[in-house]
Design a protein around this ligand. Structure first.
Ligand SMILES: Nc1ncnc2c1ncn2[C@@H]1O[C@H](COP(=O)(O)OP(=O)(O)OP(=O)(O)O)[C@@H](O)[C@H]1O
Ligand SMILES: [Mg+2]
Length: 458
């Protein structure tokens, strides 16, 4: 559900309050201002959709707000209130950009009608904006590129989950594409024209996250805005709420979240009346939630409730087939962005890309392509330009991790294959130094020599 903000600018408190009572409902947040300077402050801060401005504000003139609105928030619709019989002033207001005018003594039903009409216009505009935003979003993140069987499975699952409303937990290392898949699910689902709201549970300070998520009621705590605040859960109503870095959510909030997931309703901070919401939840984590369950840092019941659908996005080093297609797509993307015309990589450079372990996954690949493309003088990127990959890849002996992916049953002699990969890794790591390689492997030098010969490495 889209929500609206209405600003009432009137110097008389009685008028402000009665207008508020007349117009307030669940879909509308009412803001109040007594003079022009307060009104400007409110506009800057809250960008109200509709404003009702008294013509005569003590010594000030409500019409003087119009140039400010035109400059600062031109989409806002201003309705000017004038004293009875002052049609000339009303005409003046319209000329200066007001949307409509009303006489102060008008029937409240008329006022309501005018406001409803204005909000209808706002609604249409917002819907169009949302639609454009969703299309822009789809383009901004570019095509999803994949060739590996592992990513084909991921995409098949994402498509399946997009057809349903189930909660999905996305797991994967940093930069593997969790946020991208969450967006994909939302924009391929029936909710695509409704908001996708993302909250990064790790990035918002603990003290703020509760009010960010749930919002608060007027006067919930000292410093709370007198009008209260709509939280992200409410903003996502009808759409999708994506809880990124869910493992960072404090345990107290985990129970509150569980309640929303189970009941479809929640309480604002300081609120007494539960509010209903209809939201689809997606969550992502790069931490090992299972381990956090063991340590009781993550609630088991919440885990099960989130993990109805599950997508594990494998790291790039486990789906090497995707490396080159992705690198080529990024070349095209950055060529366009920076008006360059890099054609691609030399075979040696491609081999370099394939053997690098990509600890930062696709994000790292993207950044590296961007960087190389910007500095490259020749149309084809060579191994030399990727030199820093090797440097980053802990030149010497830091990179002791040997990444193995073996599909049992698919490999003639799995054990032999594993040994071979480990020996090759140590051999490369030691820069072909037999005693270092033997030490790394924890085997005698003579044994190493046998392997080196067996695998034709010397
Ligand atoms: N298969 C893919 N095709 C095209 N671009 C991709 C693909 N996977 C990831 N990307 C791009 O890589 C970058 C990182 O992806 P994303 O932000 O989704 O990762 P993440 O898993 O959410 O990372 P983090 O854990 O840090 O939040 C983004 O620019 C994204 O568009
Ligand atoms: Mg992310």
């Amino acid at each position: 559900m889209l929500r609206y903000r209405i600003l009432i600018v009137d110097d008389e408190q009685i008028v402000r309050n009665s207008l508020r009572r007349l117009l307030e409902n669940d879909e509308r947040e009412i803001l109040l201002a007594a003079d022009l300077s307060q009104a400007k402050k409110m506009i800057r801060q809250f960008m109200p959709d509709v404003m009702i401005v008294d013509y005569k504000l003590g010594d000030e003139n409500g019409i003087d707000l119009l140039p400010f609105v035109r400059e600062y928030h031109p989409e806002a619709m201003v309705i000017v209130l004038t004293a009875y019989g002052n049609i000339a002033l009303a005409v003046d207001a319209i000329k200066k950009g007001a949307y409509d005018f009303l006489q102060k003594e008008s029937d409240p039903a008329l006022l309501r009608h005018v406001i409803d009409k204005a909000l209808e216009k706002v609604h249409l505009r917002k819907e169009v904006e949302l639609l454009q935003l969703s299309q822009a979003n789809r383009q901004a993140s570019g095509p999803i590129v994949y060739q590996s069987p592992a990513m084909k499975r991921v995409m098949a699952l994402a498509n399946e989950y997009a057809q349903s409303d189930c909660t999905v937990l996305l797991e994967g290392e940093t930069g593997t594409g969790k946020s991208m898949i969450a967006e994909y699910i939302h924009y391929s689902s029936q909710r695509k024209d409704k908001p996708l709201i993302t909250i990064n549970c790790g990035a918002i300070p603990r003290e703020l996250i509760e009010s960010e998520l749930f919002g608060y009621d007027a006067g919930a705590f000292t410093g709370a805005r007198s009008q209260g605040k709509v939280g992200l859960i409410e903003q996502a109503d009808g759409g999708t709420l994506f809880l990124d870095e869910i493992s960072d959510l404090a345990v107290e909030l985990q129970s509150k979240l569980l309640y929303v997931l189970e009941k479809g309703e929640f309480l604002r901070v300081g609120g007494v009346k539960p509010k209903k919401v209809e939201v689809r939840f997606l969550a992502a984590t790069n931490a090992n939630l299972q381990a956090l369950l063991q340590e009781r840092k993550f609630r088991q019941d919440l885990y099960y409730r989130l993990n109805v659908g599950n997508i594990r996005i494998p790291p790039l080093r486990e789906r090497k087939e995707d490396i080159l297609p992705l690198a080529r797509m990024f070349i095209q993307y950055f060529n366009k962005k920076f008006h360059k015309s890099i054609e691609g990589f030399t075979p040696e450079a491609e081999a370099e890309l394939l053997q690098y372990p990509w600890p930062g996954n696709i994000r790292e690949l993207r950044n590296i392509v961007e960087r190389v493309l910007l500095i490259s003088k020749s149309p084809v990127i060579g191994k030399k330009e990727l030199r820093f990959l090797v440097d980053a890849q802990p030149g010497g002996l830091d990179d002791r991790v040997c990444h193995l992916e073996i599909e049992l049953g698919q490999c003639d002699n799995a054990l032999n294959y594993a040994i071979r990969r480990i020996v090759e890794h140590a051999w490369e790591l030691s820069q072909h130094n037999q005693s270092t390689a033997a030490r790394l492997l924890g085997i005698p030098r003579t044994t190493l020599q046998n392997y080196l010969q067996k695998y034709r490495l010397v």
